[in-house]
Design a protein around this ligand. Sequence first.
Ligand SMILES: [Mn+2]
Length: 260
Amino acid sequence: MFSRLFGRKTPEAPPTTQGRLAYAVGDIHGRLDAFDALLHVIAQDVLVSQPSQQPMLILLGDYVDRGPASAQVIDAILRLQTEPAFEVRALKGNHEEALLQFRDEPGFGQTWVEHGGSATLASYGVQPPATRTDPEAWETARRAFREALPEAHKAFFEDLEIMITLGDYAFVHAGVRPGVPLERQVERDLLWIRAEFLQSTAKFEKIIVHGHTPMEEPQIIPGRRIGVDTGAYATGLLTAVRLDDSGARILQARAVRSAA
Ligand SMILES: [Mn+2]
């Protein structure tokens, strides 16, 4: 009788995080002010939640470019990694890929600055070339950037993850290619994909938690995906999703001084 009672399938069982409390944070893009504000909101939530295990803080990538404090955001993440409050896991975004590409290829600088790289260079105290088409000036800037990049930052950028899984969730920067198993996904798609992923109706293996494509409102599409990029570099509004075995809930914070 009990087996019949308990064996009954719950029709709407929420997806599981295997008992963990986890927070996934959207694209920070150099907005240390918004990141600090959101960390405060998350810390308050942890206090109320009283998790039995260390909560996870999953950062969805695009820490640098566009906003004014890229290097300082990396410092803040490195500091969090030394503290016991969270298990910090950091994903690689396409902007971290661009930073590493410029470090190795000065010719890429011209493309990088079109996507916000000047702000990153400035945050490391490096002046981008006045003439963007001058290869020698770019080589000079690249050398200066390599010298300005602290060893810990270099290791941070090189060791970023491309996918994190937890229970029924998979965390990536941009999305996944529909129809391809998670274990066969390629880095290029995980860091860059947009429309093919966002517009897909194919079934994904897990619920995909992602950033990369800014939206006015975070998106929770039950059983499919959760998008939390709210364009913090322009809006000052940074978004996280809080996940545990009871489901998903959005947490947000706005920087005190918004650029919008
Ligand atoms: Mn991105």
